[in-house]
Design a protein around this ligand. Structure first.
Ligand code: ADE
Ligand code: ZN
Length: 336
């Protein structure tokens, strides 16, 4: 019997791969554009949604950067984040580690702190209202030079209390991990957790280089690794978490048939795979939808679902006692 939607919703889950700017729903985008007196290149919400038909990662990123350009004030970042947190709570997310792209904002003259303050305030309010915990990871845009990443790291250092880690996102092909080796080394010395997108569109070597050159604590996506048996074995040995995003892979054409999504092979290989939404407003679903789509397309048992929920907690940057508490809660729901 298929695992019920309700069971998956009630299982405590962490979301570990979520770009807050990718949770920008068109309705809110138009509302903020209106109040900031910014024009969007689409007349209506429906026109905008009709453009969400992506040939590849770059086609999506072009729209993603255009969309975030309406975010100008602290309240805008607050509203964006508050809306995501409401959706996450409804999906049974108990802890979330969200990415933001400071350079997507500072490049437009919006201060690092304007974005961070708004995101932070919404996270605090969501925790007070619903108990959901969170962390913030800031990402370097890999299509820009490494030189431009250093001032971003400096800015983050002034907010160590609010930023737990650094990541690497945007256009993967042609921008390999080694391009950011020095700034990641500096972030590591400063004590930040490290993650990087790798193997979303790039080859297995990018995943290996994220491990060897950047020393990441988690790999975001990691799909391409499945083409390299030695790398799969290593990911297993090292218990390296993969933050997998099924609907994203499908909508960006990395996976054209969901029944062939690599998540099944990752679980079969015993990898620490997790399920996440990436950019839910653009890819047609929040984290629960991502669990449901793999449940429906792959041969996913109740034990697999419980494993995925457990993995999300184990792979998080929560403290050991917080992890232990959620793992017990997961077990209790599983045994009901
Ligand atoms: N930025 C936002 N979403 C992304 C993705 N899926 N891959 C790379 N960079 C991103
Ligand atoms: Zn991503």
């Amino acid at each position: 019997m298929a695992v019920s939607d309700d069971f998956i919703r009630r299982l405590p889950k962490a979301e570990l791969h979520l770009h807050i700017e990718g949770s920008f729903e068109p309705e809110l985008m138009f509302e903020i554009a209106r109040r900031n007196d910014v024009s969007l290149p689409y007349a209506t919400v429906d026109d905008l949604k009709a453009a969400y038909d992506f040939a590849d990662l770059q086609a999506f990123l072009d729209l993603y950067y255009a969309g975030m350009s309406v975010l100008l004030k602290e309240q805008d970042f607050y509203d964006l984040t508050a809306a995501y947190m409401t959706r996450a709570v409804a999906d049974g997310v108990v802890h979330t580690e969200i990415f933001f792209d400071p350079q997507g904002h500072t490049e437009r003259g919006v201060a690092f702190e304007v974005a961070l303050d708004g995101i932070w305030r919404a996270l605090r309010d969501a925790e007070a209202a619903h108990g959901i915990t969170s962390r913030i990871i800031m990402c370097f845009l890999r299509h820009l030079d490494e030189d431009e990443a250093f001032p971003v790291l400096e800015a983050a250092m002034a907010h160590r209390d609010r930023i737990i880690g650094v990541g690497l996102d945007s256009s993967e092909l042609g921008h390999p991990p080694q391009k950011f080796q020095r700034v990641f080394a500096k972030a590591r010395d400063a004590g930040f957790k490290l993650v990087a997108h790798a193997g979303e569109e790039g080859p297995p070597e990018y995943v290996r280089d994220a491990l060897d050159l950047l020393h990441v604590d988690r790999v975001d996506h990691g799909n391409a690794a499945m083409a390299d048996p030695d790398l799969v074995a290593r990911l297993g040995r090292e218990n390296m978490p993969l933050t997998v995003c099924p609907l994203s892979n499908y909508r960006l054409q990395g996976v054209t048939d969901m029944s062939r999504h690599p998540l099944r092979a990752m679980l079969d290989a015993g990898l620490m795979a997790t399920v996440n939404s990436d950019d839910p407003a653009y890819f047609g679903g929040y984290v629960l939808d991502n669990y449901l789509v793999v449940r429906d397309a792959l041969d996913i048992s109740q034990d697999d679902i419980v494993t995925l929920a457990r993995n999300s907690i184990v792979a998080s940057f929560l403290k050991a006692d917080e992890k232990a508490r959620w793992l017990l809660e997961i077990q209790a729901v599983a045994e009901e």
